[in-house]
Ligand binder design. Sequence first.
Ligand code: CA
Length: 253
Amino acid sequence: MPRDLTSDPSVTDAKATSDKAGGRVLLVEDEVPIREGLTELFQSQGFAVVALGDGLAALERAAGGGFDLVMLDIMLPGMDGLGVLTHLRSRGDHTPVLLLTAKGAEDDIVKGLEAGADDYVPKPFGIHELLARVKGLLRRAQLREREPKKLITVGEALIDLDQLVVRSPSGEVRLTARECSILEFLAARAHRPVGRDELLVEVWGYRDGSIQTRTVDVHMQQLRAKLKAVPGGAEWIGTVRGRGYRFEGPLSA
Ligand code: CA
């Protein structure tokens, strides 16, 4: 059973996750027990952790660069997590950001994804789920760095998977790493239905795709909203009733 970090801060037991990941994490969380618990957990997994409890201080610290991941609480003193995220992205910082959201705060989740968060974990969360999300984000970021430049042409638009942007005669639309992964996955299976469960396993890295299908819908809703700014973009992703989604944009070879 995953343990509930927010009610059980004494997290020292991470034996189930023996594969050490490594990397530099900026953790921004003002609740001391959670901050300390997470610091200990991630250090035990081989991460270097910088832990702060204030949004403004975090923004300043992030400017120095060198982080592989930012774990960001939303309710923070100084500047809230959404403000921190917005500032990071507006200065061209694409470090993967995982939001720690309050339970049922759907509004925050949507705003966070819109502001460029790559993923979120609602509190209370289990350590195994959290570690799986973090490792998934890091893995995808590393893959992106290693791969040659990737472009997908759809009608008049160009999806730049490296720069996380869609360019078209109407201008640029910024995407999150997750949104790019979704588009890439769907476009590779154009005109075929792709299930939510398949997306959860292949794009999110979940072991069990039958859980949390709402996650896919939240991301898809946000992605579609962004694509409306691209000519024809509103038609790129169709819904397949009872199944999932299908890429329907005019792909060029
Ligand atoms: Ca907080």
